[in-house]
Write a new protein. Structure first.
Length: 623
C-alpha cells in the first residue's frame, strides 16, 4: 500500500450519480481473487504495460504463501462512468467473521461457484448470510473449461441451495454467467465467444445491483474493517449510510449500546481507486471510504455527527467454537530467539487483535501469565500465532479446546460442524471408519465424478482437531475436506485421543547423532543432531502408549582403538517435521507448543518429571 501522505494528489470528489457496491463471495480456491485481478485489468485500472503480480489483492505475506484470502479488502473500478466498489472476501470458514462484517457494506453479491466442485460449505455459509440481508445475487459459474466440469448439475445445485436457504422469489430469479476467471472472460452461455472479456459481468452488475440506499440526516458510518497505518494511525473502513464527511470535521463514536466511545476530528479520508487509496476532500453517503484520526473507535462502532444519538445496528456475529491458552514462554530457552517475551506484550498484542477481529474473543485467565483466546477454528488461531512469531514474539500455546455451552435444562452442548469430504472411491471406507470413531454422523454419500465420492458428515469439532493430517495419510493426499459450523448439539461422549506416548529429553544441551541413532528403536524422532533440547522437551514419538524419558546428549566413548569408517558413519531416519498446525493438533492436554520466530518445539506443561507425576495424581483424584 502506498503512503497516503506521499506521492498522491488530494482530489475533491462528489459521490457519482452511478455507484454500485458489490462483494464477491465463494468457497476457498474457487477463483475470487483471480477474478478481481481480471476486473481491474479490463476496466483500465492497470496500464497496458504495467507489471502486476498475480492475485494482487492478496497483499498479506501469509496470504501469498498459502494462496488463500484471510482479510477482506476493498477496491474500485470505473466502467461506463459507473463507479463499482468491489470487496474481495475470505473463502475459508475460519475467517467468516470478516465476511459477515463486509456484507453490511454492499448492495449485491457475485456468488462464484466452481463448475466442477459446485457449491461448497463456505458458499452455503456466506450465501445464507447474504440472503438474510436481502442482497440480490449474481451467480457466476467459474472454471467452465475444466475437463471435469458439471455445468448443468452445478446450476441445479446452486438453485437447490438458494431454495434451502429460504431465498425469496426475487432472489431465486438470479442471473447466471459462465466463464473462466483465469482466462478473463464471462458470458451468457458456456459456448459463447471469449472475445467479450469481462464486459457481460460489468454490464450485469450495473443492471442487476441497485445503487446504494442513501438515508436522510447527518453523517453516519458503521465501522467495518480496522487496520493500523504507520503514517495515519488507526484507519476504519465502512460505508457511509447518511450525510457527508470532510477532513477536520468533528465526529463522535457510538458503541453498539449507544454509549459515546470518544469524540474527535477526522484527519484524513481515503477513497479506494484500484489497488490504491486516494485522499479526498469530500465523501458522501453510499460510498465506501476509510477514515483516520480516531484512536478508540473500532469495528461495529458507529462513526457519526455529534448530533446523532442512535447507533447503526451491527450484524450479529456467530460465536467462537475453539479456544486456546496463550502462555508466557517459561522454557530454559526462553528469550534466546525472540525479543517480545513478556506477558504484558503478549496481552497487548492479543487485545489489539481482538479489536479488529470481531470473530476473536480474548479474556485474561486466572493465571496472570496466560490469556484465553477463542476463535472460529484451528486455522484462524494458527494464522494469529504465525503472525505473532513473525513479529518477534515468543510464547507457548495449549492444545485447541472446543467451547462448550449449556442449554436451558443444564445439558452440555458442543459445537458440531458440517464436514464435506471429496475422496477417491477406494479410500471411502477408511474415511467413514475414522469419522465414525470421531463420533461423526454421515448424512450423505453421492458420486462427484471421476470415480470420486462426496461424503457429508455432522461431526463434533473436538473430533476433527488433528484429523486433516491423518486424512491426507489415509487417502495418499487425494482427499479434500471442507468444514463449516453447523450448530450446538448435545455432547457426544469421549473421543479417543492420540494412542502413542512421547519421548522426552531428561537433560539440557545439544542432541548428539550417536545417541539418537542408538535410541531409534524407541520411536521416530522430531529433532535433528545439533538441535538444542531441554529437560521436559518432547523429542519424538514413543512406539508404545506410555511416555519415556531419554538422554539424547550422550556421545560415543572415545578410545585409542581404530575403527572402520563404516562404524563411525551414523545414518539417521529423517525426523517427523512439525508444522505449526500439525504441532497444535498433535499435543495432548498436558503438553504445550513452544513458538519462537525461529523454532517450533513440543514440550510437557510440567518440565520436571516429579511435577508431572503430582499433576497426574491430582487429575486422577479429581476424576
Amino acid at each position: 500500500m502506498l503512503n497516503p501522505l506521499k506521492g498522491t494528489q488530494t482530489v475533491t470528489r462528489r459521490r457519482p450519480m452511478n455507484l454500485r457496491n458489490i462483494a464477491i463471495i465463494a468457497h476457498v480456491d474457487h477463483g475470487k481473487t483471480t477474478l478481481v485481478d481480471k476486473l481491474l485489468q479490463q476496466s483500465g485500472t492497470y496500464r497496458d504495460n504495467q507489471r502486476v503480480q498475480e492475485r494482487a489483492m492478496d497483499s498479506n505475506d501469509i496470504e501469498k504463501e498459502r494462496g488463500i484470502t484471510i482479510l477482506a479488502k476493498c477496491t474500485s473500478v470505473l466502467w461506463d462512468d459507473v463507479q463499482i466498489n468491489i470487496v474481495d472476501t475470505p473463502g475459508h470458514a475460519d475467517f467468516g467473521g470478516e465476511v459477515e462484517r463486509i456484507l453490511s457494506m454492499v448492495d449485491g453479491v457475485i456468488v462464484l461457484v466452481d463448475a466442477a466442485e459446485g457449491p461448497m460449505p463456505q458458499t452455503k455459509f456466506v450465501v445464507g448470510k447474504a440472503l438474510k440481508l436481502g442482497l440480490k445475487p449474481i451467480v457466476a459459474i467459474n472454471k467452465v473449461d475444466r475437463q471435469d466440469a458439471r455445468i448443468t448439475e452445478v446450476v441445479n445445485e446452486v438453485f437447490d441451495l438458494f431454495a434451502a436457504l429460504d431465498a425469496t422469489d426475487d432472489q431465486l430469479d438470479f442471473p447466471i454467467l459462465y466463464g473462466s476467471g483465469r482466462n478473463g472472460w464471462m458470458a451468457d452461455s458456456p459456448d459463447a465467444s471469449h472475445d467479450v472479456g469481462m464486459k457481460p459481468l460489468f454490464d450485469l452488475v450495473i443492471k442487476h445491483v441497485a445503487p446504494p440506499v442513501v438515508e436522510e440526516g447527518a453523517f453516519r458510518m458503521l465501522g467495518t474493517i480496522l487496520e493500523a497505518n504507520p503514517y495515519l494511525g488507526r484507519i476504519i473502513t465502512g460505508r457511509i449510510s447518511a450525510g457527508s464527511v470532510k477532513p477536520n470535521q468533528a465526529v463522535k463514536v457510538l458503541s453498539r449500546d449507544g454509549k459515546t466511545v470518544e469524540t474527535g476530528r477526522i484527519t484524513k479520508i481515503l477513497a479506494f481507486r484500484g489497488l490504491e487509496r486516494q485522499p479526498v476532500e469530500l465523501a458522501e453517503a453510499g460510498d465506501i471510504v476509510a477514515i483516520a484520526g480516531l484512536p478508540k473507535g473500532t469495528v461495529a462502532d458507529t462513526f457519526c455527527d455529534p448530533s446523532v444519538e442512535i447507533p447503526i445496528q451491527a450484524q450479529p456475529i456467530d460465536p467462537p467454537t475453539v479456544s486456546m491458552s496463550f502462555i508466557v514462554n517459561n522454557s530454559p530457552l526462553a528469550g534466546t530467539e525472540g525479543d517480545k517475551v513478556t506477558s504484558r506484550l503478549i496481552r497487548d498484542r492479543l487485545l489489539r487483535e481482538a479489536e479488529g477481529n470481531v470473530a476473536l474473543k480474548v479474556v485474561e485467565s486466572a493465571d496472570r501469565d496466560a490469556m484465553e483466546v477463542s476463535g472460529r477454528g484451528e486455522l484462524q488461531l494458527a494464522i494469529l500465532i504465525e503472525n505473532m512469531r513473525r513479529e518477534g514474539f515468543e510464547l507457548s500455546v495449549s492444545r485447541p479446546r472446543v467451547v462448550l455451552t449449556k442449554d436451558e435444562n443444564g445439558n452440555t452442548l458442543e459445537p458440531v460442524e458440517e464436514v464435506v469430504i471429496d475422496v477417491d472411491e477406494e479410500f471411502s471406507g477408511v474415511v467413514v471408519q475414522k469419522m465414525s470413531e470421531r463420533k461423526a454422523e454421515m448424512i450423505e454419500m453421492r458420486p462427484s465424478g471421476g470415480n470420486r465420492l462426496r461424503l457429508v458428515f455432522y461431526a463434533p469439532t473436538r473430533g476433527l482437531i488433528g484429523y486433516q493430517g491423518e486424512l491426507m495419510t489415509d487417502t495418499k493426499g487425494t482427499a479434500i475436506m471442507n468444514r463449516l459450523f453447523h450448530d450446538y448439539l448435545p455432547y457426544k461422549g469421549e473421543i479417543a485421543g492420540r494412542r502413542n506416548g512421547v519421548l522426552i529429553s531428561n537433560d539440557q544441551g545439544e542432541a548428539v547423532a550417536y545417541a539418537m541413532f542408538k535410541l531409534e528403536d524407541r520411536g521416530p524422532m522430531m529433532i535433528e543432531p545439533g538441535w538444542k533440547v531441554y529437560k521436559g522437551m518432547i523429542i519424538g514419538e514413543h512406539t508404545r502408549e506410555n511416555d519415556l524419558e531419554l538422554n539424547v546428549l550422550k556421545g560415543k566413548q572415545l578410545s585409542n582403538i581404530r575403527t572402520t569408517s563404516k562404524d563411525e558413519a551414523v545414518r539417521l531416519t529423517p525426523p517427523i517435521r512439525m508444522t505449526l498446525e500439525k504441532a497444535l493438533a498433535y499435543i495432548e492436554s498436558d503438553e504445550l507448543v513452544e513458538i519462537t520466530p525461529k523454532s517450533i518445539r513440543l514440550r510437557k506443561k510440567h518440565l520436571d518429571a516429579n511435577d508431572r507425576k503430582r499433576a497426574e495424581k491430582t487429575k486422577e483424584v479429581i476424576a
